[in-house]
Design a protein around this ligand. Structure first.
Ligand SMILES: [Ca+2]
Ligand SMILES: [Ca+2]
Length: 176
């Protein structure tokens, strides 16, 4: 399935630790609020600010990641592996709560801010894959991770109503 290696310092220096399954508290591995860089092989991982997959999060897809100078440096407290099949993603967005109004099927990264549907969406159903929903194209503002088969009837529940501007599917890793 893959793994993540976290490092104490930038550029993959200092102490390192490898994980191949979820860890709800990095305190259990003596790694709380310590990671400054990471390498991911295979499926994406999600790094969370708090224990038990809480607080702000950062999606870490296959490749190398440096956290120094960013919000999540020396902040990560739990790690979760994405286990869904990411090969053929599809999500349906709806203009109103409870899957009402105009609907739109999305299968690739889409910048709604550049079209007719910016800041109107209010509910969704994920058919396949895992989707990162963003208030802003540059990743600032609210972000939400929608997992496979999730039906979210009202974005007010996540303080996200009429705010969606950009979304993209998580990328599968090749594991090479
Ligand atoms: Ca933390
Ligand atoms: Ca709406």
């Amino acid at each position: 399935m893959g793994k993540i290696i976290i490092y104490e310092y930038a550029d993959f220096q200092g102490l390192s630790k490898e994980f191949t399954s979820d860890i709800a508290s990095l305190k259990d591995a003596d790694w709380n609020d310590l990671a400054s860089s990471a390498k991911v092989i295979g499926q994406p991982w999600v790094a969370y600010e708090r224990e038990n997959y809480g607080g702000r999060f950062l999606v870490l897809e296959e490749g190398e990641h440096n956290f120094v100078g960013k919000d999540m440096n020396n902040t990560i407290s739990s790690l979760q592996m994405i286990t869904e099949d990411l090969s053929n993603p599809e999500i349906t967005l709806y203009e109103h709560p409870n899957y009402q109004g105009k609907s739109r099927i999305i299968t690739e990264a889409t910048n709604l801010a550049a079209g007719h549907d910016n800041n109107i969406m209010s509910s969704h159903k994920v058919q396949r894959g895992v989707w990162l929903l963003c208030e802003c194209r540059d990743g600032s503002g609210i972000q939400y991770l929608a997992r496979e088969h999730e039906h979210l009837p009202d974005y007010n529940a996540i303080k996200f109503n009429d705010k969606l501007s950009f979304l993209r599917p998580l990328r599968p890793g090749c594991g090479c």
